[in-house]
Design a protein around this ligand. Structure first.
Ligand SMILES: CSCCC(=O)/C(O)=C/O
Ligand SMILES: [Fe+2]
Length: 186
């Protein structure tokens, strides 16, 4: 099944964990996500410990590191701070790769015209966000997600909060994906 994504509404007052769909819904398809550099796979999460399909992705893309993070009020140290930091608009100097093993949540990415696209992530979804894309993450109203984090080489989790106009990785992202995404604006 294709991943589900949609353009968000503008209701900044409502709980970030709600879907924030527009009415009627404005979908964002796989091709559009790909044009932003966002890739998706659907895997069998119950087989994650020994899965040739996962192994092939790891080999093909050079994902040499992996660990597992659980985000929930009772499982994650400094939960409130972490949740806040995940939801700050940011980028990374490397790809962000997440494979959902249990639970669900949302990744939001900036589209070419600066609108937020919300990507629904559930068990079995694996996603890569390219280096330099502005994004954020929130739990949904179930307040629980368990995800595998993958990385090429030694992991660097540091979020680089917007604006990062002069960061070479941001410049590369804009060049590679020819986005009209504006600069500055925090
Ligand atoms: C689903 S893993 C938690 C979110 C996260 O690790 C991250 O870096 C968001 O940008
Ligand atoms: Fe991130």
């Amino acid at each position: 099944m294709a991943i589900e994504a949609w353009y968000m509404d503008e209701d900044k007052a409502a709980d970030q964990r709600l879907p924030h769909r527009q009415s009627p819904n404005v979908a964002c398809g796989t091709a559009e996500l790909q044009s932003l550099g966002v890739l998706h796979w659907e895997l069998d999460a119950d087989k994650h410990a020994d899965d040739p399909a996962l192994e092939k992705i790891r080999q093909d893309r050079g994902y040499s590191y992996q660990d597992i993070i659980t985000v929930s009020p009772d499982k994650l140290a400094n939960y409130e701070d972490k949740i806040k930091s995940f939801f700050e608009e940011h980028m990374h100097s490397d790809e962000e790769i997440r494979y959902i093993l249990e639970g669900s949540g949302y990744f939001d990415v900036r589209a070419k015209d600066e609108r937020w696209v919300r990507i629904k992530m559930s068990k079995g979804d694996m996603i890569t966000l390219p280096a330099g894309i502005y994004h954020r993450f929130t739990l949904d109203d179930t307040n629980y997600i368990k995800a595998m984090r993958l990385f090429v080489g030694e992991p660097v989790w540091t979020p680089l909060n917007r604006p990062q106009d002069d960061h070479p990785v941001r410049k590369d992202y804009l060049a590679n994906f020819a986005t009209a995404a504006a600069t500055t604006k925090a």
